[in-house]
Design a binder for this molecule. Structure first.
Ligand code: SF4
Length: 244
């Protein structure tokens, strides 16, 4: 009997298994507190994690790596401290707007924020300045423990190269929603209680393979996902897809 053809979500679930076997537990997000995760989610927009680390180190040295620390910082000083991660004139007010939301609507409590139903909370975060789909979902998943997938440029590139879904649309929101749905569908048969952990690990693992192999130019030789490449996509190693 011929082997059954896997659906796209089944292939993505298999990809997760191969990545987990190749790279092991990732233990994301690299931060000591939930608020540090939130700061990192803002600061990492359009920059490298090394640049984020320099900004976080500046905040730590200034004693401002906490809700109260940010609250007490003059706006100009916050901008200066986070300057290494770029776009500081936009990111500083965005971070201050998050703290204002926390103070004004949730009694300065991340626990109260986290207790809000997922979709309500997602919409509230998206209404803040400087928060798009990816930042909102990173905060929900990594800082607040809600079971939502994070779909970033690494996942988009991998999925596109493996022909899982077409992500060529110029509509960023539609592409993001399609990637989230594909990820949700891939893990839909896993226990609900495990899904936050699975989405966490899956995202971290796609970043790991994105950095090791699936870069702007694909390095498929030795990549743990090479067996999943469809024949039509095998000649991919000189294909350049720029990461945004
Ligand atoms: S490097 Fe090649 S095999 Fe690995 S994930 Fe990217 S396209 Fe797939």
């Amino acid at each position: 009997m011929a082997p059954r053809t896997l659906s796209d979500p089944e292939r993505l679930r298999r990809i997760h298994g191969w990545l987990a076997a190749a790279y092991g537990p990732q233990h994301w997000w690299p931060a000591e507190t939930a608020f540090e995760v939130i700061l990192g989610a803002y600061l990492t927009q359009n920059t490298s994690w090394k640049a984020v680390e320099r900004s976080l180190a500046n905040l730590r040295t200034a004693g401002a790596l906490s809700i109260d620390g940010i609250r007490k910082l003059p706006a100009a000083k916050l901008q200066r401290l986070i300057r290494p991660s770029g776009f500081y004139t936009r990111k500083a007010p965005a971070i201050r707007a998050f703290v204002a939301l926390l103070d004004n609507e949730f009694g300065a409590s991340l626990d109260r924020l986290a207790a809000t139903p997922t979709e309500t909370l997602r919409q509230r975060l998206l209404a803040l300045p400087g928060v798009g789909d990816e930042t909102a979902d990173a905060i929900l998943l990594y800082a607040l423990g809600h079971p939502v997938p994070v779909a970033d440029a690494y996942l988009r590139r991998l999925v596109e190269r493996h022909g899982l879904i077409s992500t060529k649309s110029q509509d960023h929101s539609a592409t993001y929603a399609a990637l989230v749905k594909l990820t949700r569908d891939a893990f839909s048969k896993d226990p609900h209680a495990k899904q936050a952990l699975l989405f966490n690990e899956f995202h971290a693992l796609t970043v790991a393979v994105g950095k090791a192999h699936c870069r702007s130019r694909a390095h498929c030789d030795g990549c743990p996902l090479a067996p999943d490449l469809p024949h039509a996509h095998r000649d991919i190693s000189d294909q350049r897809i720029t990461i945004e």
